[in-house]
Ligand binder design. Structure first.
Ligand code: 5GP
Ligand code: MG
Length: 177
């Protein structure tokens, strides 16, 4: 199907730069900040933010990851529910500012599951959310603190996110299912 580009390489990199500045400003530095990427593409995004923060502040913030998989339970025929498949957080998150990072925010169910996973490791001071694309259609009271781009979508549209680490290019496009 036909794809329309909504962020080119420069737009993606500018969004990462702005989000990194916003993280530093909102938290008055990055002393207590840790990043948690939601697999798959939240992890390279977290690494891009980490690199930018290092350029700006000269500080290496820690990165962990959570792996959320969609499962179809016996009761619902259509809807998939996100379940924590695995996570890797090799540092103390108690009293930290834990920033979840993902590529696309849709219903909010993945983020809810990711918050559960993070809180199994301890008690962060606060959890924030950084998202490259917010496509709307929330089903839970979850809102991002940092947004690359708001892209109102219909339910049969899909956002395609490509990131250099995985896809060799950085861009975002939209297409009809
Ligand atoms: P949610 O749990 O908020 O419904 O969906 C968010 C998760 O599903 C994210 O991890 C995201 O990667 C994926 N996702 C949902 N909708 C889209 C979409 O339109 N495009 C892409 N690339 N991922 C999506
Ligand atoms: Mg995902």
């Amino acid at each position: 199907k036909e794809k329309a580009q909504i962020m080119d390489e420069k737009a993606v990199l500018r969004a990462i730069t702005r989000i990194s500045h916003e993280i530093i400003e909102k938290n008055k530095g990055v002393e207590d900040v840790v990043l948690i990427g939601i697999r798959t593409r939240g992890v390279p995004l977290a690494r891009m933010i980490q690199k930018k923060i290092k350029e700006i502040e000269g500080v290496d913030v820690a990165i962990g990851q959570v792996d959320i998989t969609l499962y179809r339970d016996d009761l619902s025929k259509e809807e998939l529910d996100p379940v924590v498949h695995g996570s890797q957080i090799d540092f103390d998150i108690n009293e930290k500012i834990a920033i979840l990072v993902d590529d696309v925010l849709f219903t909010g169910r993945t983020v809810r599951a990711a918050m559960d996973a993070v809180m199994d490791y301890g008690r962060p001071m606060v959890i924030q959310l950084a998202i490259l694309v917010d496509r709307g259609h929330r089903e839970l009271p979850i809102r991002p603190d940092y947004v690359g781009k708001n892209v109102p979508t219909s339910r049969n549209e899909v956002i395609s996110v490509q990131l250099e680490e995985i896809d060799d290019v950085n861009n975002v496009s939209i297409y009809e299912k």
